[in-house]
Design a protein around this ligand. Structure first.
Ligand SMILES: [Zn+2]
Length: 373
């Protein structure tokens, strides 16, 4: 599984934000592409894997759905930027126009070359592919070849690092010391970049965490190596985002219909100032988890209307402080083995868009061993 687990996705999300979705659709039609909001400091990054009807639903969107996504972006005058330009802009290099986003693909699957690229090329839109280099070196059938990667790079695609062998990186193996673990993780990043440097023209110094999993020690390692990190949990990006694990909206069956898509591409980052705990790695016996965070109190956000969800269902949120506003968010259902995300959303004061942040938990099996990616 590469994406957030499914709960009651569509029904639950629509119950909570249905009114906003309708308002969004109405706004898009009535007010034209330039109406709505003016925000020069935030954007959205989309994450796809396969674009195919033949591949696992949990990591795929259909070609038809992908066409619908691109048509929506085109009809609503979105600016599709190369990811490196977007990240430079977030760091202050240039203003970001309203409705700006970047499109990314993880794993370098063949369907990106065969199906997604022609549709993007027809619009002149850039995209980034995160490559696990061993899969390409092993010439696995469902992945692009180095020739195909060079072909899309020559056409304007950005290639970037997704590790050498796609391991879970957030924690050591049971038989491994902390030092051995961090040395192995360093090699995963450095070796993959060396293969990209050898085989392609200008790979970016960007790194997408395999399975979207990270923790403070490997985030510090990535920063030391001079990379920006990309996660795979929902939310928009802004200058205050954590550049070791920037959120990207995962697009896959069940999360990709046009109503959800229209909402997600219009989100802004919920301005979370301080989060505890720093690590999402849980203990084997830990089925309860609590996030505590402070929000930048901005007039544009209806903080009083913030809600949090996990697996499509509401979870507990408690305001525990003011100026700045402080919250405690905790699970309702026990947290199971594997990855679980908490998502928090709050409407904008103008009610046209949502502010969004998410938090990732990783829980090992009861015996302390780790689930397969
Ligand atoms: Zn991957």
């Amino acid at each position: 599984m590469h994406i957030e687990r499914r709960g009651l996705p569509l029904l639950a999300i629509l119950l909570v934000v249905g009114a906003a979705l309708a308002a969004l659709a109405a706004c898009a039609q009535e007010r034209g592409p330039d109406a709505g909001w003016d925000d020069s400091s935030s954007a959205v990054i989309l994450l796809y894997h396969h674009v195919s009807d033949e591949t696992p639903r949990s990591t795929s969107v259909s070609p038809q759905r992908f066409r619908e996504h691109l048509a929506h972006l085109e009809e609503n005058a979105f600016n599709v930027w190369p990811l490196p330009r977007l990240l430079d802009a977030l760091a202050g290099a240039e203003p970001i126009p309203p409705r700006t986003l970047a499109i990314t693909f993880d794993d370098a699957y063949a369907s990106v070359h065969d199906t997604a690229w022609p549709l993007l090329r027809a619009r002149g839109w850039p995209f980034t592919v995160f490559v696990s280099t061993q899969y390409i070196d092993d010439r696995l059938a469902s992945y692009m070849s180095w020739d195909q990667l060079r072909e899309i790079e020559a056409d304007g695609a950005t290639l970037a690092n997704h590790s050498r062998s796609h391991p879970s990186m957030a924690h050591p193996r049971p038989d491994e010391s902390r030092r051995e673990w961090l040395a192995r993780m360093r090699a995963e990043i450095v070796d993959a970049q060396a293969r990209l440097d050898a085989e392609t023209r200008a790979p970016a110094r960007l790194f997408a965490w395999p399975y979207g999993e990270y923790s403070p020690p490997v985030q510090a390692l990535l920063e030391e190596l001079g990379f920006i990190g990309l996660a795979q949990r929902s939310g928009a990006v802004g200058p205050a985002s954590d550049f070791t694990a920037l959120p990207r909206f995962p697009m896959a069956f069940g999360f990709d219909d046009l109503e959800q898509f229209a909402l997600k591409v219009r989100t802004r980052p919920l301005p979370v100032l301080a989060v505890e705990p720093a690590s999402g790695v849980l203990a084997a016996d830990q089925s309860d988890a609590e996030i505590r965070f402070t929000l930048d109190d901005q007039a544009a956000i209806r903080i009083d209307a913030m809600n949090c969800f996990s697996r499509g269902r509401p979870i507990d949120i408690e305001r525990v402080g003011d100026s700045p506003p402080r919250f405690r968010v905790s699970n309702v259902q026990p947290i199971g083995v594997g990855r679980t995300t908490f998502n928090c959303t709050a409407p904008a004061s103008d009610a046209n868009v949502w502010y969004w942040a998410s938090f990732l938990w990783m829980r090992p099996r009861p015996d302390g061993s780790w689930y397969e990616g």
